[in-house]
Each structure stands twice: as structure tokens, then as C-alpha cells.
Design a protein around this ligand. Structure first.
Ligand SMILES: [Zn+2]
Length: 400
């Protein structure tokens, strides 16, 4: 007997174990009556304890519709002391009744029908059969749904003959064998829906219905929402985050989007200026290095150690240097990370990959390599002296 149909609020009760069985190698029991809700109709099962044994799942058995309580251990007596986790149950009640209110508000305000309902500890969603709703319509639906919450309307359930179901919304037809007819959940003067779930007694208990996300999925519109304590926790988190951001941006909440847009524009502008400045710096540096290069047999040797530059920056400088003929550029960087780039002009015949190996053999832990004209790599930290020795080794390998 499913006692939760008539009473969603009882959480402690006694019952007799009628049957003991195993489900997926776990012990399970069937009781003579139960308030435990088995997974179904979009609503997850209850949790709790039976004679101190943890309830880990509650299922409806296909063949005879019996409610099977899957347990972590086997109870030692057939007289069961049962306890339902109220916080979880009440969360499901708030969201399930909240779903009925929201679905009916979508029908009345926007002629959108609910074709799917999903409730879990992660998210609660309904799917609508209309995707062309605009923001204003959705806000209007949310206002209307919350008006029904604030009016604290009664919610009652009754069982009717299936042929008397005129005016009853049939999103999902509940198992008639368990109820002996069609179970209808009615929100007074607002909605009647065929449903086998657990519901609050008055809409005020839903607390609030807040839509948090609207997402088009094929020919359906998925509406994610939160009710009651979950909505409060969500509001709490959003308040914390927006207050932090508003403090950082030194502006009121409503001006945050514009403040962020302004920051993005400024960032883009700064990046553009930085790039221009880097390019100017690069050409100045290139000229200075070429002027100070040591010339041996018509090869200009640019050998330089920098501090805290990455491989990319060194490569840009090396590429600029070897644009001219007869240049060998051996550039290294010392610091917390080492970087090394070896490049030559197209008219020279040096093998820079071989020179890279010679540099790496000098004691630096360098990873990398390359081809005849360009080799590059990096590794752990090193001093300027260590990098200078590595570059000297590379140069000796090129012109013994
Ligand atoms: Zn329902």
C-alpha cells in the first residue's frame, strides 16, 4: 500500500516486512505499507532508513507494482521502524508542485505545453513544445507562477475514474494499478494534472519559483528553475558573486554589464598598443644587435643572453635578425625558465639543430630541437653564466 498518495508529510512510521529479496546483489524489502516514494513520473526516490538500515534506492516492481526498498544491510526483525529523509522529500515536493504551477502558467500565459520534466539534485527542468518565447513572455510566466505561490492556494489529490478526466492535464499518466483509478493533483482554481508524485499541501510552501536558464534544444525549449531552499541557496550564491564583482568594478549591480564591456574594450585597445610597442622595441633591438655583432669571415655573429624571455619572444627577434644575409643569431634567456633560439640567414649553411644539441650537452636541461635554419627549446631555470656557456658551445659547434 502506497501511503504517500494520501499523506506526503509522514516521515516516521512502522510497517511489517512482507517479502525479502535481492536487487543487484543488495538486500531489499517489500513492506505492508510504505511512505517511501519510488522513482517515477520524473521524481526521484526517497532516502532514509528502515530499522536503522540505510535505504539506497526505492523502485516500483514491474510485475506487480510492489514498492521495493533497496537497503545497505539486512534488517534483523520483520517489524520495521521507518524514517524518511525529510529535507530531500520536501525539496522534491517543493519542486514537483512548483513544476505543476510553472507548467500551467506557461499554458495560460504563452500557450506552451510541457512535454518533459526532470528533477534531480543537480537540476530541475521542464521542456516546452514552443521555442519562440521571448524574454518578456518568460518573465510574465514567472510572475504569474509566483502569484499562485503567494496566494497560498490549496493543493489536493483525489482519485477519479479515467472516463471522468475532462479538464485534467495528462502530461504523464500515473500507474492506475497502484491508485485504483486516475490520481489527480489539483491546485485550487488553477490546475488539475494527472500525477502520482508527492506534493505540498499549499502553494505557499513552494517558497518561490525562479527560472534560471532558458535553452533551445531542437524543437523544444528547456526551462531550468529552482524552488524553495534551492532557490534561496542559488540567490545567496548569486548575491555573493555579484557583490564581489560590483565591489571590484566599483559600480552598482545594474551597471555591471556596461562596466565589463568597457573593460573588454580597454583591454583590446591595450593589447593593440602593446603589440605596436613590442614591434618597435624589436626593430630597435635588432638594429642595435646587428651593429654590435662580431664579424668573422663575412658572418655576423649575434650572440646574446637575456633575462626572463620566453621562446616566442626570442624567436621573433631571431627571425627579424636573420632577414638579412650572413647573420647567425644565437639567443638565450636565463631565469626561472631557460629558453634558447638558434637561427641563421638563408644564405648560410650552418646546421642549427646540431648546434642546439651541442648547447644542450653543455649541462643545461634543454628540451627542443629543430632544423638546419632554426632550432629552439627551453627547460628549467639557469643563470646568465650557464646560458652564456651553452651559447658558446653552440657557436663552437658551428665554427670550430
Ligand atoms: Zn506531477
Amino acid at each position: 500500500m502506497r501511503a504517500y498518495y494520501d499523506d506526503s508529510y509522514t516521515t516516521t512510521f512502522t510497517a511489517r516486512i512482507l517479502e525479502r529479496l535481492e536487487i543487484d546483489s543488495r538486500p531489499a524489502v517489500v513492506l505492508d505499507r510504505t511512505y517511501f516514494y519510488p522513482t517515477g513520473g520524473g521524481q526521484p526516490n526517497d532516502l532514509g532508513t528502515i530499522s536503522g538500515c540505510e535505504v539506497i534506492d526505492v523502485q516500483s516492481r514491474q510485475v506487480d507494482n510492489a514498492v521495493c526498498h533497496v537497503l545497505a544491510q539486512t534488517p534483523d526483525t520483520d517489524d520495521a521502524e521507518c524514517h524518511i529523509d525529510w529535507q530531500r522529500r520536501f525539496d522534491h515536493m517543493q519542486h514537483h508542485t512548483g513544476q505543476h504551477v510553472l507548467s500551467q502558467a506557461f499554458v495560460l500565459v504563452a500557450a506552451a505545453n510541457t512535454v518533459g520534466f526532470h528533477l534531480s539534485s543537480d537540476s530541475v527542468t521542464i521542456d516546452l513544445d514552443r521555442t519562440d518565447l521571448n524574454e518578456g513572455e518568460i518573465d510574465h510566466v514567472e510572475d504569474e507562477a509566483n502569484r499562485i505561490v503567494f496566494e497560498d492556494r490549496g493543493v489536493r489529490t483525489r482519485v477519479i475514474e479515467p472516463d471522468q478526466a475532462d479538464g485534467v492535464r495528462m502530461r504523464r499518466v500515473p500507474e492506475a494499478r497502484a491508485t485504483g483509478g486516475l490520481r489527480v493533483v489539483e491546485i485550487l482554481d488553477f490546475d488539475q494534472t494527472a500525477c502520482g508524485g508527492t506534493h505540498v499541501a499549499r502553494t505557499g510552501e513552494i517558497g518561490i519559483i525562479k527560472i534560471v536558464k532558458v535553452e533551445k534544444r531542437g524543437d523544444k525549449l528547456r526551462i531550468e528553475f529552482r524552488c524553495g531552499r534551492r532557490a534561496l541557496r542559488d540567490y545567496h550564491e548569486r548575491t555573493r558573486v555579484t557583490n564581489l564583482l560590483a565591489g571590484d568594478l566599483t559600480c552598482p549591480l545594474g551597471e555591471m554589464p556596461e562596466a565589463v564591456a568597457r573593460l573588454r574594450r580597454e583591454l583590446k585597445d591595450s593589447q593593440r598598443r602593446l603589440k605596436a610597442a613590442q614591434s618597435e622595441l624589436l626593430s630597435a633591438e635588432r638594429l642595435s644587435l646587428l651593429m654590435n655583432a662580431e664579424v668573422v669571415d663575412q658572418v655576423r655573429w649575434v650572440v646574446a643572453v637575456f633575462a626572463d624571455r620566453d621562446v616566442g619572444t626570442l624567436r621573433a627577434l631571431a627571425s627579424a635578425l636573420v632577414q638579412e644575409q650572413g647573420v647567425a643569431a644565437l639567443l638565450g634567456s636565463a631565469g626561472e625558465r631557460s629558453a634558447l633560439v638558434l637561427a641563421r640567414s638563408a644564405d648560410l649553411a650552418f646546421d642549427m639543430a646540431q648546434a642546439f644539441r651541442a648547447a644542450a650537452d653543455g649541462g643545461l636541461s634543454l628540451r627542443g630541437g629543430g632544423q638546419d635554419a632554426l632550432a629552439q627549446g627551453g627547460g628549467g631555470g639557469c643563470t646568465r653564466e650557464e646560458m652564456a656557456r651553452a651559447l658558446a658551445a653552440a657557436r663552437s659547434a658551428l665554427s670550430p
